[in-house]
Design a protein around this ligand. Structure first.
Ligand code: NI
Length: 161
């Protein structure tokens, strides 16, 4: 799969929920996992490969890759934390973003079984970043204008190389 790069318009669109938990969904998420791992990413959302479905995959640390379908955040910690983020769709650009430290999440796995879990640290961070992709939000949206303009100017320059 090809990973769409900023400023692709697809990255700004909202996704639709998955209705059929069928063989096609399994094939699709398997391909997403392969693409994520080949790109040395720790998360990848469907819009990043041009599909407007509410699906993302992630793999943090040594764990197994996880698939989340129709995910949502149902609770967030009061505590927030700054953490450096990057994105396979905005290669080479990294910046600290402040988000809740822990989140309670729910959704479905690829077989349509309900998942509910509490996550903190890196997993919570990746989850929030990927969930944003499903509603057309990118991590650069959280930066102040000055910082964003500076980083994007550098990014555009690198693209032309
Ligand atoms: Ni991303």
């Amino acid at each position: 799969m090809e990973i769409l790069k900023y400023p692709s318009e697809v990255l700004r669109q909202k996704t639709l929920p998955v209705v059929d938990f069928d063989k096609n969904l399994k094939q699709f998420t398997d391909s997403m996992i392969t693409t994520m791992l080949e790109g040395r990413g720790i998360g990848l959302a469907a819009p990043q490969v041009g599909t407007l479905l509410s699906v993302f995959v992630l793999q943090v640390e040594e764990g197994k890759p996880l698939v989340f379908v129709n995910p949502e955040i149902v609770g967030t910690s009061m505590e927030t934390i700054a953490y450096e983020e990057g994105c396979l769709s905005i290669p080479g650009l990294y910046e600290e973003v402040v988000r809740p430290e822990a989140v309670q999440i729910q959704g479905f796995n690829v077989k349509g079984r309900r998942i509910k879990m509490e996550c903190a640290d890196l997993l919570a961070r990746v989850f929030q970043h990927e969930l944003d992709h499903l509603r057309g939000v990118l991590f650069i949206d959280y930066l102040n204008d000055m910082k964003r303009d500076r980083l994007l100017a550098q990014y555009q320059k690198n693209l032309k190389k």
